[in-house]
Write a protein of this length. Structure first.
Ligand SMILES: [Zn+2]
Length: 375
């Protein structure tokens, strides 16, 4: 398909793709180029993988999705809304431009006091614009802090991209299609149309699986990239020489995304209706997925594994502190603890039990023939 045909397909099915040649869209274009390179590298490395196209979509909601438009071919799409771009750009500017956040990363001496938001739990661009007007994002003053911002930004979007890729490669989209599920743009919202009901636990199992897929791919990349970052200044190179610190930063970035998505303790009703597992549960699952991944790349002794686990927990605690620091109002701090509560543990267990049932069915449609045995 030509680029014009792909743009046209997105516009028909999912919403207007961002015009990357337009003035003002340079920052999105730079990120889109990086994400396209990453996506193509994965697709070219696996000749069994289908054709997949990626676009940023003009949509204010904090959302991304994968789908298979009905073109009579094995073509899939991944879309990330501009809402995610501008919200994360704003948050990262505030984080890296602050003299009291992530003080072990680069030189903070030139940065200002934190420029707070009334509430950093933003699920749509309106939530952001209400709080800050339409001014430009904060740019950190010191180069090392701008690089930190770029690393964080790339980590966040790479994991969003790979999460959606996981939905395709691991067969979730085709499984849903078998049951007559179709993603449709109605009014201004993306919603599923369906012929047969699928239980929420199945959807949540897919989310868990896509999170694990993304975590594994990201950790893989980080470990391979250690020591080879070309843009890091000499005095800052040590950061890129340690996968330990980079994986920690990645955990930090993931927590921030999940914190935005789940900034509250879900009520039982909300737990029962949401097709995503609660944020705290997803966070614990991502940690176990990356521990498995790190352990298979670099064989770890039991005490090293424990040290990693503690380090990740430290990153989560720190990300929670950052979220509080960014907020001028008092935020609920209980959302992550939910993952470890009895109700959270029960959800965790039910997902693992469901995975055992669903995995053989997924294997029939997955492009990845090595789906995990255990979640
Ligand atoms: Zn998902």
């Amino acid at each position: 398909m030509t680029n014009e045909e792909i743009d046209h397909m997105f516009e028909n099915y999912y919403g207007k793709p961002v015009d990357l040649s337009k003035a003002g869209n340079e920052r999105i274009r730079d990120l889109a180029n990086i994400l396209n390179i990453k996506l193509n590298r994965i697709l070219q490395g696996n000749d069994t993988y289908p054709e997949i196209h990626f676009r940023f979509i003009e949509d204010p909601e904090f959302n991304a999705f994968a789908d298979k438009p009905e073109l009579g071919k094995n073509i899939y799409v991944i879309a990330i809304n501009t809402g995610i771009f501008y919200i994360l750009e704003d948050l990262i500017g505030r984080i890296c431009g602050s003299n009291s956040i992530l003080d072990d990363w680069g030189d903070l001496s030139e940065e200002d006091d934190t420029i707070k938001l009334n509430n950093p739990h933003m699920l749509s661009l309106q939530d952001l614009y209400k709080q800050r007007g339409v001014s430009n994002p904060i740019i950190p003053k010191h180069e090392s802090r701008r690089i930190l911002g770029r690393v964080l930004f790339q980590y966040m979007f790479t994991s969003v991209l790979y999460h959606e890729l996981g939905h395709i490669i691991n067969g979730h989209i085709d499984y849903l299609r078998k049951f007559g599920y179709r993603l449709r743009l109605s009014e201004d919202k993306h919603e599923y149309e369906y012929e047969n009901e699928i239980d929420l636990l199945t959807f949540r199992t897919f989310e868990m699986d896509a999170d694990a897929f993304a975590a594994n791919k990201c950790i893989d990349e980080i470990i391979r990239a250690v020591g080879v970052s070309e843009e890091a200044p000499q005095e800052w190179k040590f950061i890129f020489e340690s996968y330990h610190r980079l994986v920690g930063l990645w955990v930090f970035s993931q927590y921030l995304i999940l914190r935005i998505l789940g900034g509250f303790v879900p009520t039982m009703d909300e737990i029962e209706e949401d097709c995503h597992p609660p944020s705290g549960v997803r966070q614990s699952m991502i940690i176990s997925a990356i521990l498995t991944s790190v352990n298979s790349e670099i064989k770890l002794e039991e005490d090293e594994l424990l040290a990693f686990h503690q380090y990740f927990t430290f990153q989560i605690d720190r990300a929670e502190e950052v979220f509080q620091e960014l907020s001028s109002s008092k935020l609920n701090v209980e959302s992550i603890k939910f993952g470890l509560s009895e109700a959270g543990t029960n959800i965790y267990k039910s997902l693992l039990a469901k995975w055992v049932i669903i995995r053989p069915e997924l294997l029939k449609v997955a492009y990845n023939k090595k789906l995990r045995d255990i979640a």
